[in-house]
Design a protein around this ligand. Structure first.
Ligand SMILES: [Cu+2]
Length: 315
């Protein structure tokens, strides 16, 4: 199965799960390819010798529904030089079994049922783990609640996935990575200032919504050593769902501390009567001003397709 096909399966699941009507548990096939390949880590095209799932940082967005059976396959491409593994935070399995590494050319299959709804990180768990994560082996899995949307968990008008990581230009120095030395920038969905034309003239994309819409941000902290002070400048989080679980709701939050390897869901609703902009940041200055700023434009002529369907993780 190609990466595109996996995405199609995940997308089909997404379309089903976006309905407000509860859905019956189904089987979802997910395949990830561990791929060691150069990727562009900024808006001007600087290349970095990444290790990835599927050739991108972050890896493919996976979306299933609580109670589904996930039939998972990990393929460690023959051309790779390193063992790789998968660690799904949405799974309850055996760290020494399902999550154990496989060598180049090997394939591993296992099945799990995500029992808790929410947003979860996945990452490579092969050693040195700090290097496998820092080089790009991470991604997000959304587990939609089996009951669908509700008053406590309203249907958003738009959804966006943001995954933050730390950029270490010296990709081979796993010892420095371990002690948080040598990181120069923050990556948002794999790029420095990915969606911030204010701080990077080469940035060509922003998040878009219409004034007054409920925008749901699925945020994953894939840093290896630093928590994230997640804050929407010129706004307030209307709701924060801890681990993305509809039962774990906080209201009216300014800055929420997202631990390393935590993933939380954030709703923001902009004023309905005029256009505004938010800068969604890691308020930790060393991270914000080195890449972790995302512009959300709330304007009447927002692209009707942005933040919907396949367009929630913008490459
Ligand atoms: Cu790996």
């Amino acid at each position: 199965m190609t990466t595109r096909n996996i995405f199609a399966v995940a997308t089909a699941a997404a379309i089903i799960s976006l309905s407000a009507v509860p859905v019956h548990a189904k089987t979802v096939k997910v395949t990830l390819h561990a791929t060691e390949t150069p990727v562009q880590i900024d808006n001007k095209g600087t290349e970095y010798p990444a290790w990835t799932f599927g050739g991108t940082i972050p890896g493919p967005l996976i979306r299933v529904t609580q109670g589904d059976t996930v039939e998972f396959t990990l393929i460690n491409d023959k051309k790779n030089k390193n063992s790789h593994a998968i660690d799904f935070h949405a799974a309850q399995v055996d760290v020494l079994g399902e999550f154990a590494p496989i060598k180049p050319g090997e394939t591993k299959k296992f099945t799990f049922v995500p029992k808790y709804p929410g947003l979860f990180m996945y990452h490579c768990g092969a050693m040195p783990m700090q290097q496998h994560i820092a080089r790009g082996m991470y991604g997000a899995i959304i587990v939609d609640p089996k009951g669908g949307y509700s008053k406590a968990y309203p249907k958003p008008d738009r959804e966006y996935v943001l995954v933050q990581g730390q950029y270490f230009p010296n990709a081979d120095d796993d010892k420095d990575m371990l002690v948080n030395k040598g990181w120069t920038n923050s990556l948002i969905n794999g790029k420095i200032f990915h969606y911030d034309p204010v701080h990077d003239p080469n940035a060509s994309q922003v998040l878009e919504a219409k004034p007054g819409e409920r925008v749901r941000i699925y945020f994953v902290n894939a840093n290896i050593n630093m928590p994230v002070a997640f804050h929407p400048i010129a706004g307030i989080w209307d709701r924060v769902y801890v681990s993305g679980n509809p039962k774990n709701v906080l209201y009216g939050v300014q800055t929420y501390n997202v631990a390393v390897a935590e993933a939380d869901t954030f709703d923001i609703v902009s004023p309905a009567d005029h256009p505004t902009n938010n800068a969604i940041v890691d308020h930790t200055m060393s991270a914000a001003l080195r890449g972790a700023i995302t512009v959300l434009m709330n304007k009447p002529d927002a692209d009707p397709k942005a933040g919907k369907g396949d367009n929630i993780l913008i490459r």
